[in-house]
Ligand binder design. Sequence first.
Ligand code: PXP
Length: 238
Amino acid sequence: MTKLSVNINKFATLRNSRGGNNPDVVKAAIDAQLFGADGVTVHPRPDERHIRYQDARDIKQIITTEFNIEGNCREQKFIDLVLEVKPHQVTLVPDADGQLTSDHGWDTITNADYLRDMIKTFQSAGIRVSIFVDPVIEMVEGAAKTGTDRIELYTEGFAREYLIDKEKAIAPYKAAAIRANELGLGINAGHDLDLKNLAFFAKNVPGLLEVSIGHALIADALYLGYENTIQLYKRQLV
Ligand code: PXP
């Protein structure tokens, strides 16, 4: 069964808008686990505009499921944090400075040497590595050559196209997943997955190990409640 990792960045966005500690990001992580999530994801950015580096340290103390830290490994501060906190998984994302949200995968061919070194750094510390890639066969093949444990398929394109033509939307992801499976890569996915598109995605992507979902899940939780929403997302994955 595909695991659900809840990205709790949006709790931090809300907290930071007023100062103070409401809502409590550590409690959001504890509750995600209590309510059935298989893991917790955070994405600290250099300006700490949502998740702070200290949040990642604090969450590590209470994690009983799987902790995934994603971010831009071109930032030394990010590398230092991950090596200190030692989450179960790090997801490497090629963000530019000041980027609103991740919007492209790695060029795994141009950045092959860089990625190989970076991946080795984290793996040597006992951390599983996933790298964010677009659903493009050459990029998946390039990823396999970097030594990464997993890829995370960037699903924004799927989510957009799903509203127009489901079969067309899923085709590149299915092909990328088949190739990743052949090459022995684990497969994660994330970005813009929601209650409407998740079941179809999970059903059609062979070997999908984990999805990380933040924006839509937290938006749904405002109406449906956090516990109920996590259960609804989990049910899309069975
Ligand atoms: N995966 C990566 C690499 C991301 O940057 C994000 C957004 O922080 C997600 C998954 C989750 O995307 P969403 O918030 O749209 O569910």
